[in-house]
Design a protein around this ligand. Structure first.
Ligand code: NAD
Length: 437
């Protein structure tokens, strides 16, 4: 198959490289010239484990290439994926579809022969109809089928997720798209990954319903964590106790500082807006969004409380900035709101993250960036674990404590046991572990 991927970000680049690895001929397109020139030099613009090797291998095999010019690749293509960003629109929280619409308009003139155009971006119900209208208006002669194929990969485990997905969802309105997409995903089909063919609108909604459900599950356990703290229960044991029930499942039951990242915040909000507009409001998700928004700042207050009620004039070491480990993605990371709350309280923040500091620098201009967790802790009143990077799981706690002027360790991911932390001379604050009244 000759495949074009429009947008070479976290999703487009991983998907393009994996599809090339399946044996397809893939051209990844991006408007960002610096991104494409770096890719052509073999440099990967994002941090994603395994991606550099995968890209290098497929470029060397002649199956993967990069371009800023989509004309010839689209002309040659059997299948064109749109994997551009769909951020929340400023002001109203609806998904901003301007990049998707622009990509469709750019593709349209170059479509020749039968081509399947697929939205891989997360897009609200009805976007496929609009993409089809844009293509047909711009190029009435185009022989095109527009499909929806939402992506479920997780940053940090993206290649594994793409190659061994729980399921592949494909929404089509024109049956001619089916064999083309079956061929695109044939290696996964042989792997027995379930492929679910649905209508286009259903497929679009599946993605939002999935993300909203997961965000709701996280928010549920976060609220249970609050309750645990008040009543002397342990949220990790509650999570295990309910998660072992197969109807509930153990995943996404880790209490923490609130969900963040490039998907859940914007996708929950967009679903709320879609549902409102359709006259079928989803109140559970409205509440999820509201609860999660307040939680991040509440974590700031939790840290301030651990510092004796004030952080004015104090230094706080923040360990972990990205919204989760194994990515450099800083979009909507809880660390941003937490740091804001600390700075509002008069603190100076010294931060360390294994991969996220480059992206964080422009977002956090007043933060001092450290070269290690120990460097961040120098002179700090409190050390706060915001992201559960492996590098933070086996810290030399005595050394850390020895570098600090205060004794607070705030563990927002519950990666340490209180006994170990106290043995190193810290006062431990964790999430959802209440003291017996
Ligand atoms: P991203 O911002 O990392 O990448 C988007 C890329 O598209 C950018 O490099 C941008 O320059 C490029 N672009 C924009 N308009 C273009 C155009 N007209 N032509 C060529 N390139 C163009 O975004 P992402 O994280 O990869 O997300 C892409 C989509 O996938 C979003 O809808 C997102 O919701 C969805 N998604 C993301 C994830 C994730 O974990 N990041 C997971 C599943 C789904």
């Amino acid at each position: 198959m000759r495949i074009v991927m429009i947008g070479s970000g976290y999703v487009g680049l991983v998907s393009g490289a994996c599809l090339a690895d399946f044996g397809h001929q893939v051209v990844c397109i991006d408007k960002d010239e610096s991104k494409i020139s770096r890719l052509r030099e073999g440099k990967i613009p994002i941090y994603e484990p395994g991606l550099e090797d995968l890209v290098a291998r497929n470029v060397a095999a002649g199956r993967l290439s990069f371009s800023t010019d989509l004309a010839q690749p689209v002309w040659d293509a059997d299948c064109v994926f749109i994997a551009v960003g769909t951020p929340a629109r400023r002001g109203d929280g609806h998904a901003d579809l301007s990049y998707v619409h622009a990509a469709a308009a750019e593709i349209a003139p170059w479509l020749t022969g039968f081509t399947v155009v697929v939205t891989k971006s997360t897009v609200p119900v009805g976007t496929g109809d609009e993409v089809e209208r844009i293509l047909r208006d711009a190029n009435p002669k185009a022989d095109v089928a527009v499909a929806s194929n939402p992506e479920f990969l997780r940053e940090g485990a993206a290649i594994e997720d793409f190659k061994r997905p729980d399921r592949i969802v494909i929404g089509i309105e024109d049956d001619r798209a089916r064999p083309v997409l079956e061929e695109v995903y044939r290696p996964l089909y042989l792997n027995q990954s379930p492929i679910l063919f649905t209508g286009r609108r259903t497929s679009e909604l599946i993605k939002y319903a999935a993300n909203a459900f997961l965000a709701m599950k996280i928010t549920f356990i976060n609220e249970v964590a609050e309750l645990c703290e008040r009543v002397g229960a342990d949220v990790q044991e509650v999570a295990r106790g309910i998660g072992l029930d197969n109807r509930i499942g153990r995943k996404f039951l880790h209490a923490g500082p609130g969900y963040g990242g490039s998907c859940f915040p914007k996708d929950t909000l967009a679903l709320v807006k879609t549902a409102e507009d359709a006259g079928a409001p989803i109140r559970l998700i409205e509440t999820t969004v509201a609860v999660n928004d307040t939680r991040k700042r509440a974590m700031g207050r939790k840290i301030i409380a651990a510092c004796g009620g004030s952080v004015r004039g104090k230094t706080i070491a923040v360990l972990g900035l990205t919204f989760k480990p194994n990515t450099d993605d800083m979009r909507d990371a809880p660390a941003l709101a937490i740091i804001q709350a600390l700075e509002d309280g008069g603190a100076t923040v010294r931060a360390y993250d294994p991969e996220g500091m480059e992206a964080a620098k422009s977002m956090l201009p007043t933060v001092a960036f450290a070269s290690s967790p120990y460097d961040a802790a120098e002179g700090a009143s409190a050390a706060v674990i915001v992201t559960e990077w492996d590098a933070f799981r086996a810290l030399d706690l005595r050394r850390l404590r020895g570098l600090m002027v205060g004794d607070a360790l705030v563990d927002l991911r519950n990666i340490y046991q209180t006994e170990a932390v106290e043995a190193a001379g810290f006062v431990h604050t964790s999430v959802g572990r209440g003291l017996q009244p």
